[in-house]
Ligand binder design. Structure first.
Ligand code: FES
Length: 105
């Protein structure tokens, strides 16, 4: 099982899928650049911003109202932007692809 993070300049980082963890926790433990998770997963800092690949939106869903409170403050967010700390990984997330926004590098 694998998750792929793609940096804004096209660099690919693959990590194992850890079921039950948030995407933010997985990024932090695999040292993915551009994911800081400053608030520890409280949807309060916005430093775990990822853009979900269009092909994965149906599986992962769109941002929740809690996420929108942070995301709506960011003029550079995209329509499929999410807070990685609010995305809990399950078996169905195998192969997930997310992009890392340039403003977060
Ligand atoms: Fe702070 Fe996700 S870790 S909003």
């Amino acid at each position: 099982s694998v998750i792929t993070f793609i940096s804004h300049d096209g660099e690919k980082y693959e990590t194992p899928l850890e079921e039950g963890q948030s995407l933010m926790q997985i990024a932090i433990s695999n040292l993915i650049p551009g994911i800081d998770g400053d608030c520890g997963g409280e949807a309060a800092c916005g430093t775990c911003h990822v853009v979900v690949d269009e092909g994965w939106v149906d599986v992962m869903g769109r941002s929740t109202p809690v996420e929108e409170e942070m995301l709506s403050m960011n003029p550079e967010r995209e329509s499929t932007s999410r807070l990685a700390c609010q995305m809990t990984m399950s078996e169905g997330c195998d192969g997930l692809v997310v992009r890392l926004p340039e403003f977060q590098m």
